[in-house]
Design a binder for this molecule. Structure first.
Ligand SMILES: O=C(CO)[C@H](O)[C@H](O)COP(=O)(O)O
Ligand SMILES: [Co+2]
Length: 215
C-alpha cells in the first residue's frame, strides 16, 4: 500500500488545523518541514507549531529537519509530539550518533539525502533507520520541479533493502504530483510526500485522489 504524506509547507498557516483536518482521512502521515535559514535558505516552523498541531490529528507527524545541529533539537521535537524524525546526512558529521539519539528518544528515525548525495554515503546507517527520505528537489522551498536522478537512488535503496533484509520505508520528497508519482512508486518508493500538488489545489481530497489514481 502506497502511503501519502502531505507537506504542510504549502498549506495556509493561518488555518493549519483546519487544513490538516481537511486531508487527514485520505492520507497516512502529516509531513512537517522544519527549516532554519542556515542549512537551507528558508525559515519555517519549530517545535511550537508541532506542539500546536499535535492535538489536531492522530496521524503520525513526519518531521523533516532541514537544520544544522539537529541533535540539539531532537528532544524538543519529541516532546512536541513528533512520531518520525528525519535528519539530513549533509547536516550530520556524526550521523550514526544522531540516529541512535532519535531512537533512544522513543520515536522513529529517518535519514534524508539531497539530490547531490549518493546512497553510498548512508550505507552504514541503513540497518539502523526506520525510514530513508530521497529528496527530488534541493531542499528549502515547495513547488519546485522534480529531479529525476532521485529515481535511481530509490531503486538502489529498494534493492539494498531486499538484499540485506533491512526494514526502512523509502520516502520521496519534492515535486511529487500526478505526473511524477508513478515513476517513484515503480522505482520502489513506499511514501510520497506532496505539498503544492495537494495544498495549492482547490479540492485537496480530489488532488490526493488524482495522485493515487495516477499510480
Ligand atoms: O522538504 C520539502 C522542501 O524542502 C518539502 O517537503 C517539499 O518541497 C514538498 O513540496 P512540493 O511537493 O511542493 O515540492
Ligand atoms: Co520535506
Amino acid at each position: 500500500m502506497v502511503k501519502i504524506a502531505p507537506s504542510i509547507l504549502s498549506a495556509d498557516f493561518a488555518k493549519l488545523g483546519e487544513e490538516i483536518k481537511e486531508v487527514e482521512s485520505a492520507v497516512d502521515y502529516i509531513h512537517v518541514d522544519v527549516m532554519d535559514g542556515h542549512f537551507v535558505p528558508n525559515i519555517t516552523i519549530g517545535p511550537l507549531i508541532v506542539d500546536a498541531i499535535r492535538p489536531v490529528t492522530d496521524l503520525p507527524l513526519d518531521v523533516h529537519l532541514m537544520i544544522e545541529n539537529p541533535e540539539h533539537y531532537i528532544q524538543a521535537f519529541v516532546d512536541a509530539g513528533a512520531d518520525i524524525i528525519t535528519v539530513h546526512q549533509e547536516a550530520c558529521p556524526h550521523l550514526h550518533r544522531v540516529v541512535q539519539q532519535i531512537k533512544q528518544a522513543g520515536v522513529k528515525a529517518g535519514v534524508v539525502i539531497n539530490p547531490a548525495t549518493p546512497v553510498e554515503s548512508i550505507e552504514y546507517v541503513l540497518e539502523n533507520v526506520d525510514l530513508v527520505l530521497v529528496m527530488t528537489v534541493n531542499p528549502g522551498f515547495g513547488g519546485q520541479s522534480f529531479i529525476p536522478s532521485g529515481l535511481n537512488k530509490i531503486k538502489q535503496l529498494f534493492d539494498l533493502r531486499s538484499e540485506h533484509g533491512y526494514s526502512y520505508e523509502i520516502e520521496v520528497d519534492g515535486g511529487v504530483n500526478q505526473d511524477t508519482a508513478k515513476q517513484c512508486i515503480d522505482a520502489g518508493a513506499d511514501v510520497l510526500v506532496a505539498g503544492s500538488a495537494i495544498f495549492n489545489k482547490e479540492n485537496r481530497i480530489e488532488a490526493i485522489k488524482a495522485i493515487k489514481e495516477s499510480l
